[in-house]
Design a protein around this ligand. Structure first.
Ligand SMILES: [Zn+2]
Length: 130
């Protein structure tokens, strides 16, 4: 079992995307502003007409934490949680997996997204060193 994210009307496209193996970013159809996390209205022009684009899936570590405690349901600790600056210019939080050691990550490292299929309804984006 994993920690399940909130899925609502504003973020449905994002979770549909991860199911399809796509990392989707909300883009305002009126002014082109990109946004994460998604919301109902554009923060620049307040338009409600929001679409999305598929991100390249690559980004850079802005910062990260190594989570050693407290326990997380369904997770083996430690886990590494990073703030990732996508090449498209939005910042996303996510787990970094596949590191030889939990400390084997640095600010500025390049990451590439991967998808962790939790069950039929949920696929989480995860990150690996590029
Ligand atoms: Zn806008």
């Amino acid at each position: 079992m994993a920690v399940r994210p909130m899925v609502n009307r504003d973020s449905q496209f994002f979770w549909d995307g991860t199911q399809a193996g796509e990392l989707r970013i909300q883009v305002c159809n009126a002014c082109g502003t990109k946004r994460f996390p998604p919301g109902p209205a554009c923060r620049s022009c307040e338009a409600y007409d929001q679409g999305y684009e598929v991100a390249s899936g690559e980004g850079t570590v802005f910062s990260y934490v190594v989570h050693r405690h407290p326990p997380v349901p369904g997770k083996e600790l430690p886990i590494v949680i990073a703030l990732v600056d996508l090449d498209e210019g939005v910042r996303m939080i996510g787990e970094v997996t596949g590191l030889p050691e939990a400390d084997d990550l640095q600010i500025g490292d390049r990451l590439r997204v991967d998808f962790d299929r939790v069950d039929d309804e949920l696929t989480l984006p995860i990150w690996r060193k590029a």
